[in-house]
Design a protein around this ligand. Sequence first.
Ligand code: S3P
Length: 447
Amino acid sequence: MDSQPDLRFLVTPAAAGVGLRGRLRVPGDKSISHRAIMLAAIATGETRIEGFLEGADALATLRAFRRLGVAITGPDAGLVLVQGVGLSGLRAPDGPLDMGNSGTSMRLLAGLLAGQSFATTLIGDESLSRRPMRRVTEPLALMGARIETNAAGTAPLHILPTAGLQGIEYRMPVASAQVKSSLLLAGLCAAGETCVTEPAPTRDHTERMLTALGYPVRRTGPRVCLTGAGSGGGQLTGGRIAVPADLSSAAFFLVGASIAAGSDLTLTGVGINPTRLGVIDILRAMGADIAVLDERLAGAEPVADLRVRAAPLKGIRIPVEQVPLAIDEFPAIFIAAACATGETVLTGAEELRVKESDRIAVMAAGLSTLGIEAEPRPDGIRIVGGSLGSGTVAAHGDHRIAMSFAIAGLRASGPIEIRDCANVETSFPGFARLAGSVGLGIEELGG
Ligand code: S3P
């Protein structure tokens, strides 16, 4: 999806002491929704997916699999039925597959399609076409894949047919769940064993879902291995997948309710996979009042209700080991830091520079516009808490930046206008309406 620069949010400060109140369920988890379509498509039999995220990114994955010959019904109120075709049942699409803004779609599909007997081309929007793809194409090449990128190592990706992939032993230089998942998906079609070692824990939804659908995955510490299906590694069988509410979307409300006096908000059915919990741990270390209630399992994933009440926040040095566990939540955490007493320092987070936007530069610029001292650094940022003013900030087509500045409106001295917000649709359709229903003063303009 191309961003429409003219969709803007206008947020107005909350009436003093009202804050965010009530109960709400944010949309389905983006990472899990992608994987549900992918694994269901290559399983045998039908898979019923409930709680699917009907946002543009996950829909790009869904459409890609339709074009790869998979019959998919829905989404209808989060329900998707996928008729799996098995690992060797995908068919050549009739043209390039458009991944829109979605890095997860492109990197995971590169792995899955690398071992097919037909060629595919993956394209994306302007932002995705700038993002680094060598992190997947290089290890996939070690497995025997033939993937052409442009000279900068970016999309379009031309994936050429191969006679077959070979499993590898791979140590990832960056902690990336997308790279790990891409290689494991390629490993399903490869001969022998594929093992990936991660330098720090990253989200493990792929491993959990493979296991839940009957495909054995072995983990020893930071090393995760599977054996290709053709080498007797297992078989994927369709089943039922319940997608939890997305903690990354809940994060805006965790921050919003923390910073807005009078807030008392409960977010229901949120995924609390331990590899995603950085945002809760970091906010709690800053003083946030977040209760994790009614912990339960939704299929392969733990979920809970999160009750968050306003609390005074203080700046911290964010522990570097939390970085991969909170990688998507930093724009929201930076707003918490802007509202905290004292200084917050983030290091070891250079990955933020290659997300949907350069999240360090874009957040620093927006915070500075709003009167907050924010010093960008090559691998992080230093933010000094203060008074958020009003003004116009640019989201640069990055969904998480747009929603983070929207939440900042709860503590600002006057209105904030946020430009280039259309891509909020990629991960959180209905954000403005839902946020408005619990007390955020937000209007959508243009678009
Ligand atoms: C994702 C992994 C993370 C995250 C992205 C979704 C996934 O990327 O930022 O939004 O679904 O695997 P990296 O693994 O590249 O850090």
